[in-house]
Design a protein around this ligand. Structure first.
Ligand code: MN
Length: 413
């Protein structure tokens, strides 16, 4: 049953009043004025306008041009703001004051919802890591010896994180063709997608202060969708020994809506059984905290056709473990940090979240309904990733979408 709200929201809406994701929008009449919005049904609540003049800090947090001040304010502020929003949208007494600030979602343009501080990408799916290991290192061990002892990650490029709808220019770089001794230069021939979940961080920490597992919820504000575009040919040539670099840093797309972690309580599930004993700072099996696996069902479309349904519930490492690991050396957190899960892949072929796995590095092309085949992405292809999760009382929590279209490589001088 959906929670009661005076807003006209269908019971099965992925943006019901139990979700209330945050974004940043502009309208055609004020195109330079970025404002914080909260999605509810087919509307966006202009959160700054509705809080204007309040005597507490809420107005300052919600009248900013990005979510960063709210992220910096930390968990108590997040809880208080969410309670206020829920009250305004459910208690009919607030309707006269709030309703004038509801705009149709079709009438707004959505922007990058926060200024990305540091960006880290993990590699937390055992199925993905195993598949990629078999493809890149045939005959060797699929998983490296550290994989079940720590969540592997790398630092990405925060300045090239873009919002859904931004076109992605095919990157050029060094590629070494199979059987060749030396690389040549040109547009990537193996442009791929990675369907991932991203975690948006707030509640800054001081350098030298690790974030223990038990404190993860004080620092994870919310969840978004991520497409970690990847040029496999550039990546394969450059990645040894320091990891991904130019094969990843040209673009990373995120969804415009950040779903509050608070809306995902009904989606919590136990993570898969771990095969290796975990060091205490990563050991989440003592039952002292809510389980941090999340039952988020992703769907990936290429050229309008569903090619994969990756299940996030199968991820080996949780957001709490990723956060504990990335701060265990004392690295500090900043408001706007983003860490992503790595490609989400389940055990079945139709659950693989990247083309390298779906086509086994091009050996088994995907056949699309229009009769064409894909190994990797072609110019003009559009990729759309969506997701939903169970919400409280039988409701559904939607994440919206992260979409992007590939455009041809720029001519090189
Ligand atoms: Mn990735």
């Amino acid at each position: 049953m959906a929670a009661p709200t005076w807003v006209a929201v269908p019971d099965d809406s992925p943006f019901g009043v139990r979700n209330l994701p945050y974004g940043v929008f502009t309208t055609a009449d004020r195109p330079r004025e970025r404002r914080i919005g909260v999605a509810v049904g087919e509307y966006v609540l202009d959160a700054g306008a509705v809080t204007a003049g309040r005597p507490d800090d809420t107005a300052a947090l919600l009248s900013a041009p990005s979510l960063n001040p709210l992220l910096a304010a930390g968990r108590p502020a997040w809880t208080a703001v969410r309670a206020l929003l829920t009250d305004w949208l459910t208690d009919p007494a607030h309707r006269p004051a709030v309703e004038p600030h509801l705009l149709p979602r079709t009438a707004v343009a959505l922007h990058l919802p926060f200024e990305v501080a540091d960006y880290v990408d993990f590699y937390a799916s055992e199925h993905h890591a195993t598949n990629v290991g078999r493809i890149f290192r045939p005959g060797g061990e699929a998983l490296p010896p550290n994989w079940k002892h720590l969540p592997i990650g790398y630092h990405g490029r925060s300045g090239t994180v873009v919002v859904s709808g931004t076109s992605v220019v095919r990157p050029s770089g060094q590629r070494r063709a199979p059987g060749e001794a030396v690389p040549d230069f040109g547009p990537s021939r193996r442009l791929d997608v990675e369907a991932e979940i991203g975690f948006v961080v707030g509640g800054p920490t001081a350098q030298g202060t690790p974030v223990p597992l038990a404190d993860a919820e004080d620092h994870v504000f919310g969840v978004c969708l991520v497409n970690d575009w990847s040029a496999r040919d550039i990546q394969a040539w450059e990645y040894v020994p320091l990891g991904p670099f130019l094969g990843k840093s040209f673009a990373t797309s995120v969804s415009p809506w950040v779903v509050p972690l608070d809306s995902l309580d009904a989606a919590r599930v136990a993570p898969p059984a771990r095969d290796a004993a975990l060091l205490p700072y990563l050991d989440d099996l003592d039952g002292s905290t809510p389980p941090r696996g999340l039952d988020i069902a992703l769907e990936m479309r290429v050229c309008g056709e569903v090619v994969s349904r990756p299940p996030f519930a199968t991820m080996y490492w949780t957001y709490g473990q990723m956060l504990a690991h990335m701060t265990v050396n004392g690295a500090s957190l900043r408001a706007g940090d983003l860490f992503a899960s790595g490609t989400v892949s389940g055990p079945e072929r139709a659950q693989r979240g990247a083309l390298i796995e779906l086509t086994w590095n091009g050996e088994e092309p995907l056949k699309l309904a229009d009769g064409t085949e894909r190994t990797y992405l072609e110019d003009g292809d559009e990729v759309v990733i969506t997701a939903t999760a169970p919400g409280p009382d039988g409701t559904r929590i939607g994440f919206g979408e992260v979409a992007g279209r590939v455009v041809a490589a720029r001519a090189q001088g």
